[in-house]
Design a protein around this ligand. Sequence first.
Ligand SMILES: Nc1ncnc2c1ncn2[C@@H]1O[C@H](COP(=O)(O)OP(=O)(O)OP(=O)(O)O)[C@@H](O)[C@H]1O
Ligand SMILES: [Mg+2]
Length: 240
Amino acid sequence: MKRRIISIDNPKSPIAEAYRGIRTSIEFSDVDKKLKTICITSSHQGEGKSTVIANLAVSFANLDKKVLLLEGDLRNPSVHRMFNISNIHGLTDVLFGKQSFLECVHPTKIKNLNVLTCGATPINPSEMLSSKKMREFIESLKEAYDYIFIDAPPIGIVTDAGIISTYSDGVVFVTGSNEVDTKLANLSKERLEKVNANILGVVLNKLEVNKNSEYQYYNYYYQEQSGRSNKSKKFKIGKN
Ligand SMILES: Nc1ncnc2c1ncn2[C@@H]1O[C@H](COP(=O)(O)OP(=O)(O)OP(=O)(O)O)[C@@H](O)[C@H]1O
Ligand SMILES: [Mg+2]
């Protein structure tokens, strides 16, 4: 089933504007121009990782940056459904040397945005993600793209996102409003810290927007987070 990407379908909506707000903040945290590879995770399934990373990829491509959205959730891939493209070939074919990157990468209707889907789901996702081949592949992509956005599984459930974060310059953490399990969120944070992940910020997604609330007019905000990482930001995204 095709999924909706609001930054494409309704770029003037407050939610698309909220994604542009996150984009700006990521750009501002990029003073040393080191943020090129950005991954996303959450504590459990369904909090909105794929939705948020797809919208961010669109938002950055609209800045005339060359962007690749890469499927890094090799257990439950969904990026192909979001863009309504084939998943017959993808990352796993490239890593196995069956196909070249150029044979597998998809252009999209958004200028500057390419997508690499998963391909066949492997039996050993963690091993594939931690392989030397994967690291070298990511390195090679950095020459061709300004930004590489990597979707990832929930780190509270499996450790794959921790692996991906070791070759990502930053990690965006998503929590679904009313879906947060504090224990699992803390475990997720610990897992990311253990691998020295650079947590860029937390997106509170699927926020119920009250008709009279401030979000009607001001759909997102960010603030400095107290504690360990002062540069970590918090964002809110309303419910579609
Ligand atoms: N802001 C939002 N408002 C309403 N629905 C949303 C919002 N964000 C995501 N969703 C919906 O929530 C569901 C889960 O979203 P998504 O697939 O992006 O989550 P995920 O974290 O990637 O899930 P998984 O862990 O299974 O990969 C989808 O049906 C999506 O359309
Ligand atoms: Mg997903």
